[in-house]
Design a protein around this ligand. Structure first.
Ligand SMILES: [Zn+2]
Length: 304
């Protein structure tokens, strides 16, 4: 019975795949690194017969982890494999050990974007690489690609994807407005502590970086606002003037790219826009300082 239940759980997880989860729902868990087989073995004619990776673009601590689904062909019934995540310069940033993998049965790996040192991986292109454990880390060899005999239209092997640390927070048309919306612009009695990004009211907002919701509420100047303590960073990020209170409450976990509300003009605002702040450690009104978010926003905007 336990076997049957385990089978069902595996099926449900596989069906969900890397699909976006509803706001507030945790994404499917990442794969564990595992441990190598003490006596690794693999078929002498090991091949990679299929490989697909989705999504092609992911975000650190995001709602969709990069996921590889692959199938091997082998002369052996059980194969001890290693699946590496390789960066653009060919360096392995994370390895997963998969023991006793059968040929012609799909296996999958879901990577959470952390390196083997448990640090967020840097922005860039990555690729999964499947190898036999007995090949040894010193002499890695990619499995030879195979195609069904006589077929020229085999599914191409898809192993590469991009990973980014941050998402652009507005899902829709936007612009960075004029000088008055810049960080440091003069205001009555203070200076502007964020960057205004102009967008229509109702445009969806997502977390640029997931983490823990530090504040979610209403304040006279900020209107409906939310502050998120970015996971794996020293930054807190604030999103102000939301049309409605964010569905997220203080203390909740939010993932990169997860909806946090929509653009509005609540509080001290004369047009629909997102007022976005980035604060250094130890955090927003906890002793940190606001920094100019525009270079960050422009960078995120260029790829997401
Ligand atoms: Zn502003």
């Amino acid at each position: 019975m336990a076997m049957v239940l385990a089978g069902f759980a595996a099926t449900a997880s596989a069906t969900m795949g890397g699909a976006p989860t509803p706001a507030g729902a945790p994404p499917p868990p990442p794969s564990r690194g595992g441990a190598p087989d003490p006596v690794p073995s693999a078929g002498s004619t090991l091949t990679l017969t299929s490989a697909s990776t989705s999504p092609r673009k992911s975000f650190y601590y995001g709602v969709r982890y990069p996921r590889l689904t692959y199938t091997i062909g082998s002369s052996q019934a059980q194969n001890d494999l290693r699946v590496d995540v390789v960066n653009a310069t060919g360096e392995t940033v994370k390895s997963f050990y998969r023991n006793d993998i059968a040929p012609n049965v799909a296996d999958s790996i879901r990577w959470d974007g952390t390196t083997s040192e448990d640090r967020p991986a840097s922005n860039g292109r990555y690729s999964f690489r499947v190898l036999p454990q007995n090949g040894g880390p010193a002499a890695p060899r990619t499995l030879p690609r195979s195609r069904p005999a006589g077929s020229s239209s085999a599914e191409p092997l898809s192993l590469s994807f991009s990973l980014y640390g941050y998402a652009f927070p507005i899902l829709g048309a936007h612009d960075f407005g004029g000088a008055a919306g810049r960080f440091g612009a003069s205001r009555a009695g203070h200076t502007h502590e964020g960057q205004d990004v102009m967008a229509d009211c109702g445009t969806p907002l997502i977390a640029a970086r997931g983490g823990r919701v530090q504040y979610s509420g209403y304040q006279g100047a900020a209107g409906n606002y939310i502050v998120i303590d970015g996971r794996g960073t020293s930054y807190d990020m604030g999103y102000m003037h939301l049309l409605e209170p964010s569905p997220l409450q203080a203390g909740m976990t939010v993932h990169t790219g997860e909806p946090i509300g929509v653009v509005g003009q609540t509080g001290d605002a004369t047009a629909c826009h997102l007022h976005f702040e980035i604060w250094t450690a130890p955090g927003w009104y906890e002793g940190g300082s606001p920094i100019d978010p525009l270079p960050y926003l422009e960078k995120w905007d260029s790829y997401s």
